[in-house]
Design a protein around this ligand. Sequence first.
Ligand code: C2E
Ligand code: CA
Ligand code: CA
Ligand code: CA
Length: 279
Amino acid sequence: AKIEGRNSYRFFTEEMQQQSMRTLELSNALHHAIQNNELHLVYQPQISANSSTIIGAEALLRWNHPIFGNVSPSEFIAIAEDNGLILQIGEWVLRNAIAQTKLWIDKGLPPIIMAINLSAVQFRDTALPELIASILQEIQLPPEYLEIELTERAAMHDPEKAIVTMNKLHNQGIRMSIDDFGTGYSSLSYLKKFNIYKLKIDQSFIRDINTDAEDKAIVGAIIDMAKGLDLLTIAEGVETVSQLKFLKNQGCDEIQGYLFSKPLIPSEFESFVAERFNG
Ligand code: C2E
Ligand code: CA
Ligand code: CA
Ligand code: CA
């Protein structure tokens, strides 16, 4: 048993070493990702539950590295938060998603709201509201086309400070939504004070919504509460018609997920919009 213990210990540390080696290599590679044009954005449609029209899109970051291939944002965003690159990468995301939105308006596409994910680190940066204002000014996009998605966890990290930043963004005409809602232990009293307009119901509650009585109850309660607080709701990770039916019955406002579309590159997004609006 002793030897077995030693072996499994050694195996464990080797695996850990390999993992931290990968993290280190990714961290180094990330420093050149912007200059080397390895980053791009994909856009996932957000659909009205009732009319099936496109209301918005969520910009999702992709990193394609020549050796590591496609690295998941769940992995490299965390690394960028640790090594400090997140501010630079986050600014790149803001600038590119805002420029894409402007391009689509200029091309005559029906107006949509562009939802951009913000890291907690970006949200804590006191220069954030001015940064967003200057990018909007530079690209000449009116603020009402922009939505900032902040995770519930990030908002609740320092809720009093979050309120101040949310108020600043709101005063600039920018919409804010709470992402991954239901997983971040919001105190409901804060929800009332947050200057937000939409809750994104986390996909972990949507997955088994047709079979799991608890998930049904949670999602129903979130939608009812949101209505009481005059907030919109969007369900993410919707993959099946039966999930859609349940959500529509509950009064969920918007739907995002593979049922309608996976995240798309700009040309695919344009085709998706064209097909929907031409009937
Ligand atoms: P998130 O913001 O919760 O994004 C939703 C994730 O669910 C995305 O994964 C999306 O591709 C995926 N998804 C969409 N529809 C479905 C569906 O029907 N079924 C399933 N199973 N999944 C679906 P993705 O693109 O891999 O992004 C993962 C996370 O990385 C995001 O979670 C977000 O936290 C982070 N992220 C992505 N882009 C950015 C960014 O530009 N900035 C920041 N700070 N974080 C980002
Ligand atoms: Ca999101
Ligand atoms: Ca989410
Ligand atoms: Ca359960």
